[in-house]
Design a protein around this ligand. Structure first.
Ligand code: ADP
Ligand code: MG
Length: 232
C-alpha cells in the first residue's frame, strides 16, 4: 500500500454551508456539515426527501460549490481551484451515479463506458479493452453492443456504474441509484456497487431510502438540521 494515502480521507467535507433562496427567504440546507469518506468504505446517506442529500453529493462531487466550508480531495483543498482544475479532478477522481441512468441513447453500452476514458485522452484500443473488462465484471459481457433502450432497468444502471468507474475514480457517489428499480433488481445493482468497493477500494457514498441496503453498508449517516450525524 502506498505510504500515506490511507491516512487521509479520499473526500473530506469541512464545515459545509449551503443556502438556497426560496423567494426572498434564504433556505438553509447545510450548516456546518462535516463528513470524511475513506478508501474501501461504503457509507449510506439516509435522510428524508428534501433534507439535502443531493446537495451534499453534488458538493462532494465538485458539481456544486458550497457558500462556506471546504471540500478536500485526497487532503488537498479545492475551493481556490479553477473550473478547469475542478473538472480535471471530477474526471479522474470522482464517479457519479444518478437515480436515472443518463446514458447516451444513441451509443452502445460499450461506447457509453469508453467515452469518459476517451475524453481523458486514452487510446481507443485501451478504452475498448477496459470498458469490456468492467462491463463483463458487472455481468454485462453479453450486452456490450446493446443501446440503453435495449437493456433492462437494472442493466442500464449497471452500465451507468461501469461508466462512473471507467476512469478508476477514488470515490463513487451515487444518488438514490436503486430508487427506480424493483426490489430484486435493486439488490442486484446494489451488489454491483458493493463488489466494486471491495475489488477497487473506492470510497463510496450512496444516498438511499432503503434501510435494508443501508444496513448492509459499512457506515450510515444522516442529515439533521444541516449537519451530518452518524447513525447507530
Ligand atoms: P434531497 O436530495 O435530500 O431530496 P436536495 O438536496 O435535492 O434534497 O434539496 C434540499 C432542498 O433544497 C429542497 O427543499 C430543495 O427544494 C432545495 N433545493 C435544491 N436545489 C435547489 C436550487 N437549485 N434552488 C433552490 N432550492 C433548491
Ligand atoms: Mg435527492
Amino acid at each position: 500500500m502506498e505510504q500515506g494515502t490511507e491516512d487521509v480521507p479520499v473526500i473530506y467535507l469541512h464545515e459545509i454551508k449551503r443556502q438556497y433562496m426560496q423567494g426572498d427567504e434564504p433556505l438553509t440546507i447545510l450548516s456546518g456539515a462535516k463528513l470524511a469518506l475513506w478508501a474501501g468504505q461504503s457509507v449510506a446517506l439516509v435522510a428524508p426527501s428534501g433534507s439535502g442529500k443531493s446537495t451534499l453529493l453534488h458538493i462532494a462531487g465538485l458539481l456544486e460549490t458550497p457558500d462556506e466550508g471546504e471540500v478536500y480531495v485526497g487532503g488537498a483543498p479545492t475551493s481556490q481551484l479553477s473550473d478547469v482544475e475542478r473538472t480535471q479532478i471530477r474526471r479522474t477522481e470522482i464517479g457519479f451515479v444518478y437515480q436515472s441512468h443518463r446514458l447516451l441513447p444513441e451509443f452502445s453500452a460499450l461506447e457509453n463506458v469508453m467515452l469518459p476514458q476517451m475524453i481523458r485522452g486514452l487510446k481507443k484500443s485501451e478504452t475498448v479493452k477496459r470498458a469490456t473488462e468492467i462491463l463483463t465484471y458487472l455481468g454485462l459481457g453479453e450486452r456490450l453492443k446493446h443501446r440503453p433502450a435495449e437493456l433492462s432497468g437494472g442493466e442500464q444502471q449497471r452500465v451507468a456504474i461501469a461508466r462512473a468507474v471507467a476512469n478508476a475514480p477514488r470515490v463513487l457517489l451515487a444518488d438514490e441509484p436503486t430508487g427506480n428499480l424493483d426490489p430484486h433488481t435493486s439488490d442486484h445493482v446494489f451488489q454491483a456497487l458493493m463488489q466494486l468497493v471491495k475489488a477497487t477500494h473506492v470510497a463510496m457514498l450512496i444516498a438511499t431510502h432503503n434501510m435494508e441496503l443501508a444496513g448492509r453498508m459499512d457506515r450510515r449517516v444522516s442529515i439533521v438540521e444541516g449537519q451530518i450525524v452518524e447513525l447507530d
